[in-house]
Design a protein around this ligand. Structure first.
Ligand SMILES: C[S@@+](CC[C@H](N)C(=O)[O-])C[C@H]1O[C@@H](n2cnc3c(N)ncnc32)[C@H](O)[C@@H]1O
Length: 249
């Protein structure tokens, strides 16, 4: 945060946590979530036509708050360990769990207790024995070095006030040759770059594509592509980001 911005990093984290604790409580009561801050194009409609969605508990689709479908680009194989950063109600973890099968692991990481409770309920309803949910921050991933084949995330890294640290953590937990497939929001230009979540809970700490790329490169990730998918709000574009940790690194 800059000195002339009175909002502190911990204010932003608390605003994000409050926003998603309240969303999880509403979803647990059976509400289909709509994000008042986002465009109408978000959540489970971004998975339309995905066969595996039909087998998911309805609550997992109703709680979806993503801005894309990272599984459309994440190359998952039987037996893989997949990590979803900011797993929310668990939609991408449950879809991943099906793709990696009983010999694989699908791990969701989230900092909000209410979201973790909701996701665990959905995993139990789905009978997904290979899905698990950890409490923690994406800036400090509670997993060992080189323990994950694929990192996915859906509309979460944009909320982090310390993106360089998030990408360093991704590079640390990925196995050499492992890759990431991320849906996220980026700012269209410096003019729409934001560093705050406003007190109503809207806004994102979005950075430009150049900054996003620089953070990925600084973490040692390679093969970076950032592909726009749709306009997600004034000055904000939804993108699919791909990259990998080099073999032997
Ligand atoms: C926009 S929702 C997306 C949820 C889910 N990925 C989806 O597609 O439905 C953001 C989620 O990320 C979590 N989150 C936000 N910032 C986080 C952070 N720094 N560390 C861990 N979780 C975070 C929130 O608690 C919330 O569940």
């Amino acid at each position: 945060m800059s000195d002339n911005n009175p909002t502190t990093t911990s204010d932003v984290v608390e605003r994000v946590r409050d926003r998603y604790a309240s969303a999880a409580t509403r979803a647990a009561g059976g509400e289909t979530l709509i994000d008042p801050c986002a465009t109408p194009v978000f959540g489970s409609q971004l998975y339309d036509g995905t066969e595996a969605m039909e087998a998911l508990p309805i609550g997992a689709a109703q709680a979806s708050l993503g801005c894309g479908n990272p599984l459309a680009v994440a190359d998952l194989h039987e037996g893989d360990t997949v990590l979803d950063l900011g797993s929310g109600g668990g939609i991408d973890v449950l879809l991943s769990a099906k793709r990696v099968g009983p010999t694989g692991r699908a791990i969701g990481l989230d900092m909000t207790d209410e979201m973790l409770g909701l996701a665990r309920r959905h995993a139990a309803e789905a009978g997904a024995a290979n899905a698990e949910f950890l409490k923690g921050r994406i800036e400090d991933i509670p997993l060992p070095d080189a323990s994950v084949d694929v990192v996915i995330s859906n509309c979460v890294i944009t909320l982090s006030t310390d993106k360089p640290r998030v990408f360093r953590e991704i590079a640390r937990v990925l196995k050499p040759g492992g890759h990431l497939g991320i849906s996220d929001l980026i700012a269209d230009s410096d003019a729409t770059r934001t560093l705050d979540i406003d007190p109503t809970g809207c806004g994102t700490t979005a950075v430009t594509p150049d900054e996003y790329t620089a953070h990925l490169e600084a973490a040692g990730l390679v093969g970076i592509t950032i592909k726009p998918t749709h306009q997600a709000g004034p000055g904000l574009t939804a993108v699919i980001v791909r990259a990998h940790r080099p073999e032997g690194a």
